[in-house]
Design a protein around this ligand. Sequence first.
Ligand code: SAM
Length: 221
Amino acid sequence: MITVFGYIGSPSADLREAVTDAVLVVGGRRHLDALNVPEERRVVLGRIGPAIEALQALPDDAKAVVIASGDPLFFGVVRRIRAAGLKVRVVPAVTSLQLAFAAVALPWDDALLVSLHGNDPEPAIDLLRSHPKVGLLTDGKHGLPQIVAATAGLGRSYVLAERLGEDDERVRVLTEEQAREITETAQPNVVLVLAHHPDDPAALGEQTAIVGGFLAVGAQP
Ligand SMILES: C[S@@+](CC[C@H](N)C(=O)[O-])C[C@H]1O[C@@H](n2cnc3c(N)ncnc32)[C@H](O)[C@@H]1O
């Protein structure tokens, strides 16, 4: 049985127990280190391909654990693992974007969610400029400086949420000018781009019955 656990902040008791019992534990180095997974039982992500091969090579009754950041079903590893024909049980955690919206007490059911993590940012740029509430997963190449450049002159507010759930977590609300001055960010991080400061009631937005419905009806920011 392969169990995919979401992980953000500290590991749950269930995850600790599952790791103790598992013959193989797949995850990012910081997660494997935090759980003291011995070298001989760990597969460090990077590329998912070698990890999938290692999981496929296990006997059917072997217990394996995959650790994914946040919700493993939200821009996570489960799609690739299942597409390779493997069966999994999923124990989710909240996504990093949920934590970022929670940090500024903003509903996110009307937000546009974008992953720049390893993706071409171009398709997101127009939407980023027109939508009043966007949450972005970032990576080392596409992060706050590129997001600020893409939204220059719009007077947006930016929430930079670094290392959520870690001891050195940092969440900053920034004006465009302040955001432009930040060139170094701690990884991992997410960014919210808001038409209104999070403390402004206008930032609460409208609740719609359909997530993404805002775009469908073509409303203006
Ligand atoms: C491959 S995506 C995975 C998203 C994840 N499944 C989730 O639900 O948050 C990786 C990106 O998620 C974001 N992320 C994951 N963990 C984070 C954390 N603890 N703090 C801030 N951002 C995080 C970063 O933008 C990172 O580059």
